[in-house]
Design a protein around this ligand. Structure first.
Ligand SMILES: Cc1ncc(COP(=O)(O)O)c(C=O)c1O
Length: 367
């Protein structure tokens, strides 16, 4: 498939990654972090690919984040040496798998619950290898995490009291503000979240508990996180690909984000049922819909609607559809993470030709 094959010759629907744009995005995040000396540990939940994780490490990332244990198992087995699992790992089966995976890599976990801490300690003891734990603080998302303040100190003491766990720090991630379009509004929201995390860290320090790691932040807040200071590590994910939702998050002074759209879906017109409509082979199974409609590049005047599991409709309001049967249409996903999880592989392109095929090795690893 690789070599001189042109993108238009690919069978569809297919997920494309523009290698040049991906490389530039990885370099841009490295520059943002390097400018202030804050470490970054990109979130592999976006790409689910050990190849892209290795590119990020080569650029200067200190490790990767994984959302799920299943992703961490794939990353560890692929030789990624340093991993933070950013969701709680709960239940006997999972803890057995966790300590097994931790034989191949340094794996840190987050916790927000006393019973879970006790179970983590037992699992680490059985495996005979101490485990690093961060306490998750709810800095505004209203999802997991202890409230800002003294509860983290209580849990950190419990961790410190066990021989098999090491308290390393705090995670505070506020995902709801990452795409706030107006830069000043987003900065104010990031400040609020950061204050909650710092207040919690201060409480720990006042109680003589060392806090090595303060981790959080995403692609939209990265430029603000580094400027404000406080985090020791950032965990941006989407910046490698971006998507139509993320494009609207402005940079300082109202500038456009420096991250390019590197991920697209190629589809084909399979029916022309009316003069103002075309049906493409991209439906719910080829593009996620949780972020809204996908964007037909080059046909922005057309309205895309999902028309079923395998179908999408392009409607040209008041006009004549310029597309013919068999024409290819490139779409910008509305949410990169959930779209990637629908595919087994990336078709990697450069300058209009297919350069490589990369397995999406952690695709579907939701357990
Ligand atoms: C805990 C956590 N950290 C980091 C990220 C990455 O955020 P983004 O994709 O906005 O860069 C996510 C994304 O959902 C997340 O859930």
């Amino acid at each position: 498939m690789t070599g001189s094959m042109k993108i238009e010759e690919l069978d569809t629907p297919v997920l494309l990654v523009d290698a040049g744009a991906l490389e530039r995005n990885i370099a841009a995040m490295q520059d943002i972090a390097a400018a202030t000396g804050v470490a970054y540990r990109p979130h592999s939940k976006t790409h689910k690919s050990s190849i892209i994780a290795s590119m990020q490490l080569d650029a200067g990332a200190v490790g990767v984040c994984c959302a799920k244990l299943g992703e961490a198992e794939i990353m560890a087995a692929s030789g990624i040496p340093d991993i933070l699992i950013t969701s709680q790992v709960v239940g006997r089966n999972k803890l057995v798998r966790l300590v097994q995976a931790a034989q191949n890599a340094n794996i840190m976990v987050v916790a927000d619950n006393e019973d879970n801490i006790s179970d983590l300690s037992s699992a680490a003891q059985t495996a005979g290898k101490p485990m690093d734990v961060l306490i998750e603080v709810d800095v505004g998302q209203g999802r997991c995490g202890v409230p800002p303040g003294p509860e983290a100190t209580r849990l950190a003491r419990l961790i410190g009291d066990t021989r098999w766990l090491r308290f390393r720090g705090l995670q505070g991630y506020q995902g709801l503000i990452q795409m706030t379009a107006d830069f000043d509004d987003r900065e104010a929201q990031v400040r609020l979240a950061l204050e909650k995390l710092m207040e919690t860290a201060d409480h720990l320090k006042r109680n003589n508990i060392e806090v090595d790691i303060l981790t959080g932040g995403g692609s939209g807040s990265s430029i603000i996180d580094t400027a404000l200071g406080g985090y020791t590590e950032l965990q941006p994910g989407s910046y490698v690909f971006m998507d139509s939702r993320y494009r609207s998050a402005q940079w300082p002074g109202g500038a456009a984000t420096p991250f390019e759209n590197s991920l697209t879906i190629l589809g084909t017109v399979i029916s022309r049922p009316a003069t103002d409509r075309a049906i493409v082979d991209v439906g719910y199974k080829a593009a996620s819909s949780d972020g809204g409609p996908i964007v037909p590049l080059g046909y922005e005047n057309a309205e895309f609607t999902f028309a079923g599991d395998e179908h999408g409709q392009l409607f040209f309001p008041g006009g004549t559809c310029p597309l013919a049967l068999g024409d290819k249409v490139t779409f910008l996903p509305s949410h990169c993470d959930t779209t990637v999880n629908l595919y087994d592989r990336y078709i990697v392109t450069r300058d209009g030709t297919v350069e490589d095929v990369w397995e999406i090795s952690a695709r579907g690893r939701v357990q």
